[in-house]
Design a protein around this ligand. Structure first.
Ligand code: CA
Length: 226
């Protein structure tokens, strides 16, 4: 999952970027509204954390422009304490959730998880697909109850496939949602990661759809565990 963090406070930005990376998200950072708008306009993020008090272009205007252009990306806004009118303006501009500064990083991460699963059509906090389970709270996955040892990128791949299970996902889409913009992107490496994950979860779980991409499928006849 790839997140855009639009925040101008350097200390808070550093802290949040670290926390998001530690939670195995790919993160791009924008320090002003102009850059935030450009990145959100050109890159397919899974969610945006948007400070409303941004230099150059304020957060509400950035959000209004995205929504006017039909961008449906989930947006969590960060507002100043005591400013109820800012929250109202943010929601009216198309925000999905908000947090008032100062906040606990854990709460931000929890709200982000909720936003991501709602936008992908999942209600439960833990994702499951056949005997595969993935818990974004702990950034852990298991197969038939056995914990999986995944690298950060393998985990991101699993997370994205589990979020969009049953759908064919192209290599380009995976590249765009697994790596941040500074990463040396190469869609051939996706094949390598898929191969490694297959070794860990079983060869039949990720189907290769020739010329189109990959699809995560539940095992034939397997009951969904609670
Ligand atoms: Ca600010």
């Amino acid at each position: 999952m790839r997140i855009l963090l639009a925040e101008d406070d350097p200390d808070l930005s550093r802290q949040l970027k670290q926390a998001l990376s530690d939670a195995d998200y790919a993160v791009d950072h924008a320090a002003d509204g102009e850059e935030a708008h450009f990145l959100g306009d050109t890159e397919p993020y899974d969610a945006v954390i948007l400070d409303l008090g941004l230099p150059k272009v304020d957060g509400v205007s950035v959000l209004e422009r995205w929504r006017r252009d039909g961008k449906q990306i989930p947006v969590l806004i960060l507002t100043a304490r005591g400013s109820w009118s800012e929250k109202v303006a943010g929601f009216d501009a198309g925000a999905d959730d908000y947090l008032t500064k100062p906040f606990h990083t854990e709460e931000l991460l929890a709200r982000l998880r909720a936003l991501l699963r709602r936008s992908a059509g999942h209600a439960a906090a833990t994702l499951s697909c056949g005997g595969l389970r993935l818990d974004p709270r702990a950034a852990r996955a298991s197969v038939n109850g056995e914990p999986l040892r995944l690298t950060s990128l393998e985990y991101r791949l699993m997370h994205y496939l589990m979020m969009h299970q049953g759908r064919v996902i192209s290599r380009t889409e995976l590249v765009e949602h697994l790596y941040d913009q500074d990463f040396d992107r190469d869609s051939n490496t996706i094949e390598v990661f898929v191969g490694r994950v297959r070794k860990k979860i079983g060869p039949d779980r990720i189907e290769t759809v020739r010329g189109l991409g990959y699809r995560l499928i539940p095992l034939e006849g397997e009951a969904e565990s609670a």
